[in-house]
Design a protein around this ligand. Structure first.
Ligand SMILES: [Zn+2]
Length: 476
């Protein structure tokens, strides 16, 4: 476990029946204690180790943390989605580099976002490397090491003041991550989990803070849906994530302060939670923009340099980019790679979601291995499904109504030519190459949800396909 300098003491709690208990004995709870806890909060960093705009960058966030800790003990938390999801090349290989850098920056505790689960238990293990702590109240893990490492609640203690910390993950995750990847992770009802945990924590703490990756207001169960059920609990603040909006000022809903610092580290949310001698709880929140006036932490930059050196071999490995016909060279390259691999049926259609090409290929004559891994994520494998023309037509029509990044342009694998839905024969069976998540009806691909489609795993990821295609002696 990392113990940061001048940070409050953190104690994990685990369920024993309906009680949340620490593994080691704690000092008795002094109900009369008063004081102030300072918390720094970010969310949805998506591996933004370096600033994406004039705002952000972990080196500035690290110095903001150092400055605060030089004055008083400070808890540093994250609301989830620290990696992946339109991430940077820092997470091209895995979540490990980002995780070690977050540890170096001085984070104490984080919620689990949907993207943190992009590779299921594997990415969670990467996220707890370097001794990072995750808290999750509404996820259950089949594996014992994760059960132990990711507690359902924490107590943060500062000179007798005790604050309970809970963590929530959006159920949207089950539509965003293939079932096979999420094996071993069970979602519990968020509202029921919080109510159970808040009532178990109540006799142990003065106040409760939720690290929430539900989103402020989303189509799924979100913070605003949760608040009516917890308004008379000890929950004083929700430190949010997922919906990316910087809430300034943080709204107070039913007495609960709801925060979101904005995505990619553009702000650090500074929160103070005070318990007065008379027992009242007050919360103040303010966003600290991470602009060029914030210095960069030299200590952090040194660790960043070490991580950069680890990734250097993948940056040095470069190959020439072939000239590709058509406007969408990123898709064309992927299609050419699938074709050359010989893994798909000749005559198949490729329908690989935009989501699988989120980061653009560099506009250059050559490309590094790391850039390919970033442009074509390698979290899930491709599948080939068999589907009749009538249903394929319906699928293509449905996808024209979803967000562009959830959709996919159907192209003929053999030629890279567009497939026009109207030209499909209703009764013919077509083979279609797509992502595993699409094949099981995730994202907006609901037309495939209840179909008994036959799916054949191609056992390879987009990134691996494209890289082996580019680095083969004579690309076909
Ligand atoms: Zn999210």
């Amino acid at each position: 476990m990392i113990t940061n300098v001048n940070t409050p003491r953190l104690t994990p709690l685990y369920w024993q029946g309906d009680a949340l208990l620490p593994l080691e004995r704690m000092e008795p709870f002094d109900e009369t204690a008063s004081g102030t806890l300072t918390i720094l909060h970010t969310n949805d960093l998506h591996s933004s180790v370096d600033a994406r705009t004039q705002f952000g960058g972990l080196a500035r966030i690290a110095s903001t943390i150092e400055t605060e800790r030089a004055v008083e003990p400070t808890l540093v938390v994250d609301g989830g989605d620290s990696v992946f999801g339109g991430g940077t090349w820092w997470c091209a290989v895995d979540a490990g580099a980002t995780s070690r850098l977050l540890a170096a920056a001085g984070y104490d505790l984080a919620a689990i976002g949907n993207h943190d689960l992009e590779r299921g238990p594997r990415s969670l293990r990467e996220l707890i490397t370097a001794g990072r702590r995750l808290v999750s109240t509404n996820l259950q893990f089949a594996d014992e090491d994760l059960q132990q490492a990711i507690a359902p609640a924490y107590i943060v203690e500062l000179e007798g003041l005790r604050i309970g910390m809970l963590g929530l993950t959006t159920t949207m995750t089950v539509r965003l991550v293939p079932r096979s990847v999420l094996a071993g992770v069970t979602f519990l009802d968020a509202r029921a989990s919080v109510l159970r945990a808040a009532s178990a924590l109540s006799p142990l703490v003065h106040s409760i803070v939720i690290l929430s990756h539900l989103g402020f207001k989303t189509e799924d169960f979100s913070d605003t849906d949760l608040i009516p059920s917890i308004k008379s609990s000890k929950v004083a603040a929700i430190l949010g994530g997922h919906s990316h909006e910087a809430l300034s000022p943080a709204p107070v809903i039913d007495g609960i302060v709801v925060c979101n610092a904005g995505a990619h580290g553009v702000n650090v949310n500074r929160l103070t939670l005070t318990r007065s001698a008379l027992g009242s709880i007050s919360v103040q929140a303010r966003l600290l923009p991470q602009d060029e006036t914030v210095p960069e932490s030299a200590k952090f930059l040194a660790v960043r340099g070490d991580e950069l050196a680890r990734l250097q071999p993948l940056r040095d490995e470069r190959v020439v980019l072939p000239t590709l016909p058509g406007a969408d060279r990123q898709l064309q390259l992927l299609v050419a790679a699938v074709r050359a691999s010989g893994k798909a049926t000749v005559g198949a259609i490729a329908m690989i979601g935009r989501l699988y090409m989120l980061n653009p290929l560099p506009d250059a004559d050559s490309v590094s291995h790391l850039e390919v891994m970033t442009a074509y994520p390698n979290a899930e494998q491709l599948m080939e499904i068999s589907i009749d023309g009538g249903r394929l037509k319906e699928l293509i029509r449905n996808l024209s109504g979803v967000n562009f990044f959830l959709g996919a342009a159907p192209v003929l694998l053999a030629t890279g030519d567009d497939v026009v839905a109207e030209d499909l024969e209703e009764s013919r069976t077509y083979n279609v190459v797509m992502s595993e998540l699409s094949a099981e009806g995730g994202l907006g691909w609901t037309a495939l949800q209840d179909l008994d489609v036959k799916a054949r795993p191609l056992a390879v990821t987009c990134a691996d396909l494209v890289w082996s295609y580019l680095s083969s002696p004579v690309p076909a």
